[in-house]
Design a protein around this ligand. Structure first.
Ligand SMILES: [Zn+2]
Length: 252
């Protein structure tokens, strides 16, 4: 069992270094009692980074992070001596590749507000979303009407300007099932999700999500929506990238 330490608060998602204990060593991987590394899921790629035994040895590379039952496996690569030092019971220091993670947080929050605006304006729900590098795709249940991209560009610019607060809320599953938000009803929640963790963008959106998000839409900065290649009619996919090659407006 691994505690997902990045989940409970907005601040937790900004943790870049942490201490934890090794609880299992499946082949090529380390399972910790708690982790701030995000395991791939929900369209958000896993974090990368390093694990280090404090005061000894070299940092071991974390090359992938995946859920394994109730645990989180950190797949590792490094010299044999370094790997051998990560025995069960050892305390390690984890360090997350922050530039990568922060891009994912910005992309994930922007995906939520764009999906919300697409539903609000056109009544079209999001089937799935995926993000990678500085780019994201939002796949919709049907094509956008003509001119939608320009309207969504204005929405995205406004979100960056208005600095809407992003919060986490938890509600009991039974309550959520009675009052789900219409835009999120297309994707069924797994039966064991209880309570439901909701990401709320002030005045804009409320959506179940286990991902990591920025505290304010201002931290996303500008995004560039792109027409999806070659299709003259409206596309059922929205693609965009973080502006300026993903450079952050915050000094990180
Ligand atoms: Zn999400």
């Amino acid at each position: 069992m691994t505690e997902l330490s990045y989940l409970p608060s907005m601040d937790a998602a900004y943790t870049r270094r942490f201490r934890a204990r090794v609880v299992a060593r499946p082949p090529g991987a380390v399972v910790l009692d708690r982790t701030f590394f995000y395991p791939a899921g929900g369209g958000q790629p896993s974090d990368l980074g390093t694990l280090l035994v404090p005061g000894a040895g070299t940092a071991i590379e974390v090359v992938d992070v995946v859920r394994q039952g109730s645990g989180v496996a950190h797949r590792i690569r490094g010299p044999a001596s370094g790997l051998a030092a990560l025995g069960v019971g050892t305390e390690v220091e984890g360090a997350i590749d922050w530039a990568r993670r922060f891009r994912h947080m910005r992309l994930h929050t922007s995906q939520h507000y764009l999906s919300a605006r697409i539903f609000e304006r056109y009544g079209i729900r999001t089937r799935r979303a995926s993000l990678r590098g500085i780019a994201a795709n939002i796949d919709l249940e049907r094509a956008l009407p003509e001119g939608a991209l320009n309207e969504l560009r204005e929405d995205a610019d406004r979100m960056a300007r208005e600095a809407r607060e992003v919060r986490i809320r938890e509600v009991p599953r039974a309550v959520w099932d009675q009052h789900p938000t219409a835009r999120s009803a297309l994707v069924p929640l797994a039966p064991d999700v209880d309570p439901v963790r909701l990401i709320e963008i002030d005045g804009v959106d409320l959506c179940p999500c286990g991902g990591t998000h920025v505290r304010s839409t201002a931290e996303v900065g500008a995004v560039e929506l792109r027409p999806v290649g070659g299709r003259a009619a409206g596309s059922a996919r929205v693609s965009y990238v973080l502006a300026n090659g993903g450079a952050s407006i915050r000094r990180e």
